[in-house]
Design a protein around this ligand. Structure first.
Ligand SMILES: N[C@@H](CCC(=O)N[C@@H](CS)C(=O)NCC(=O)O)C(=O)O
Length: 311
């Protein structure tokens, strides 16, 4: 069973990034809806503790973080590529900036009181309170901080003017000519802002960005069908993890295959995942773990933005 299974929820911007990446590749996938707040027992049974959204499952292999999910999808279907030949460094670095800085600004803008009042208008006050408490917990222990709204408002026009200028060139319809991971990483914070009329002018006031966003969102989500968390766990239990990559990469901190380790994000959602290190490469870390619900799984993380510690 090698179906692509995306664990996600509709309102998540990073999940939208992943859905658009699947659409861009024209892939078919299974959709497992997860809760937007903790607890997420079925997801954590697969990841071993990682709680962020989305997570991609392929059999008994679990991929955390959209930067790694993009690389896994390129393996699944090489073309069209997220990292076009000759532009690998440019588009990866640009995407990392957008996923961190641009997204952080969008979060601050979306969670300003005027926008929250509209976005959460139909939710009962307790649900809003629970959401805010969950997100405070999400940030505890990590290096990321919430950007004050004044600072987000102050800086946003700089980013938008630069994007507008980049997209006004005539060399192609996308940020770097042909589509790349950079487009998907910039599109999801924009999609987030387009969620209510309070914040949508922050995107729509820029005509080239507005037109470009229409093209990226136009890739759609690919073909998907609903799947339950229990079905996804059954797939994991009934599958064996894929063969491990083989290369001569030497971990700079001396971690070796077989070490008992934890892997955690450094920015936010830093919940550690404990297991046996089975691969430490230049881009990717893989930890083997076992639990009764999921069986033996390999949990994959990007090296960038995560830390490895002895367990
Ligand atoms: N670097 C991560 C960021 C993922 C992320 O921040 N996701 C948000 C939702 S858009 C999240 O996990 N929020 C808390 C949650 O869903 O529990 C990635 O690229 O996947």
């Amino acid at each position: 069973m090698t179906d692509l299974i995306l664990h996600h929820y509709p309102a998540s911007p990073f999940a939208e990034k992943a859905r658009l990446m699947l659409g861009f590749k024209g892939l078919s996938w299974r959709s497992v809806l997860i809760p937007p707040v903790m607890p997420k027992p079925d997801l954590v049974a697969l990841t071993g503790g990682y709680r962020k959204t989305p997570v991609l499952q392929v059999g008994a292999d679990i991929y955390c973080d959209t930067s790694l999910i993009a690389r896994r999808l390129d393996q699944e279907k090489a073309l069209p590529a997220f990292f076009p030949e000759g532009q690998e460094m440019t588009v990866a670095a640009f995407a990392a900036w957008a996923d961190a800085t641009l997204f952080q600004h969008a979060v601050s803008l979306v969670f300003q009181p005027e926008s929250v009042a509209v976005r959460f208008a139909r939710l009962p006050p307790e649900a809003v309170k629970a959401f805010i408490a969950d997100r405070a917990q999400l940030f505890s222990g990590g290096s990321a901080t919430r950007l004050p709204i004044e600072q987000a408002k102050h800086q946003w026009p700089v980013f938008m003017a630069r994007l507008e200028q980049q997209l006004q060139r005539e060399e192609g319809d996308y940020l770097f000519g042909e589509p790349s991971i950079a487009d998907f990483a910039v599109a999801h914070p924009m999609w987030f802002l387009k969620g209510t009329p309070v914040t949508s002018p922050l995107v729509d006031d820029y005509p080239a960005v507005h037109a470009w966003l229409g093209r990226v969102l136009g890739f759609g989500h690919g073909a998907y069908s609903e799947f339950t968390a229990e079905q996804a766990l059954e797939v994991a239990r009934n599958s064996a993890p894929a063969a491990l990559p083989v290369d001569g990469f030497v971990d700079p901190n001396g971690f070796k295959v077989g070490d008992a380790v934890t892997v955690s994000a450094v920015d936010y959602g830093v919940d550690p995942v404990a297991g046996e290190l089975v691969y430490a490469g230049a881009e990717e870390l893989i930890v083997r773990r076992e639990n009764p619900q999921a069986g033996v799984v390999h949990v994959h993380f990007p090296r960038l933005g995560f830390k490895l510690q002895k367990h």
